[in-house]
Design a protein around this ligand. Structure first.
Ligand SMILES: Nc1ncnc2c1ncn2[C@@H]1O[C@H](COP(=O)(O)OP(=O)(O)OP(=O)(O)O)[C@@H](O)[C@H]1O
Ligand SMILES: [Mg+2]
Length: 253
């Protein structure tokens, strides 16, 4: 299988929403354990304005994935509120949360979470299932994106047979096939060879330049160079870090 990615994401055009696109207020999250609740996030505040490209770094186990799950409306905080595009979200209204997720949030999971027995193209089409789009159009767009990611040959294979790098690209394609307002990426280059990682970063740069807001978690400190803002997650909190000179700010200037 080729690892070539042909100018990914160039066919899609996102649009920015009124700021802030995401507002987390006093978010805490704890998990039960035999020794009592383990507090992972403590009164975290994060306002994300439309058009930002936020890179979050921090030690393993510091709560980055937990934070993205809450920001992606997949997991409810133990305390605090989540507002999306100015609308404070009721944590238990699964229908509303699913509707916003499906239409506006693209999520690239650290562990991919592909439907293992479904074909690659069905995985990429997944976000269409809650939308009133024609299925033929969804398949066409998914196939076009797979082609751009160098994955055209895998379209009808079950996801379970793919390599880690191929799975990662399928996960990215699924997140961006419907251009989201907010793209959340949890270590999206972690399984990629350097050339494929560069192509994926080009993809993120293009999506950001088209108006998509990005929150990007990584252990690769070099990727801070893509950020308009850099945050560090540690000891239950989020702290602003001074940014290195950012090519992203030049792109969006
Ligand atoms: N569902 C869960 N139940 C219990 N504990 C959990 C659960 N999910 C996460 N944790 C714990 O919360 C802490 C933060 O986990 P999280 O996955 O958010 O860290 P992370 O910063 O993303 O780490 P990494 O960089 O290794 O991906 C860890 O100690 C983890 O064990
Ligand atoms: Mg993680």
């Amino acid at each position: 299988m080729t690892s070539q990615i042909k100018n990914p994401c160039s066919i899609f055009c996102g649009s920015s929403a009124s700021p802030p696109i995401l507002h987390l207020t006093n978010i805490s999250k704890s998990y039960p354990s035999p020794a009592g609740p383990v507090e992972v996030l403590r009164a975290v505040n994060l306002q994300v304005d439309a058009g930002e490209f936020i890179v979050i770094t921090g030690p393993s186990g510091s709560g980055k994935t937990t934070l993205l799950s809450i920001a992606g409306l997949l997991d409810a905080p133990t305390a605090g509120t989540v507002a999306f595009a100015g609308q404070t979200l009721p944590p238990n209204d699964e229908e509303t949360l699913r509707d916003i997720r499906s239409r506006h949030v693209g999520m690239i999971f650290q562990r991919f979470h592909l439907l293992e027995h479904r074909s690659v193209v069905e995985n990429v089409m997944f976000r269409y299932r809650y939308l009133p789009h024609g299925r033929a159009d969804a398949r066409q767009r998914a196939l076009a994106l797979l082609d751009q990611f160098g994955l055209a040959d895998t379209a009808d294979r079950p996801a379970r047979v793919l390599s880690a790098g191929e799975r990662q690209r399928v996960a990215i394609a699924r997140a961006v096939v419907l251009p989201p307002k907010l793209l959340l990426a949890d270590e999206p280059t972690g399984s990629l060879d350097p050339a494929a990682a560069d192509r994926v970063m080009d993809c993120f740069r293009n999506l950001h330049a088209q108006g998509i807001t990005v929150i990007f978690v990584t252990h690769n400190l070099a990727l801070r160079a893509f950020a308009t803002r850099h945050l560090r997650c540690a000891e239950g909190g989020l702290a602003e870090e001074s940014n290195v000179e950012s090519p992203m700010s030049k792109v969006s200037a």
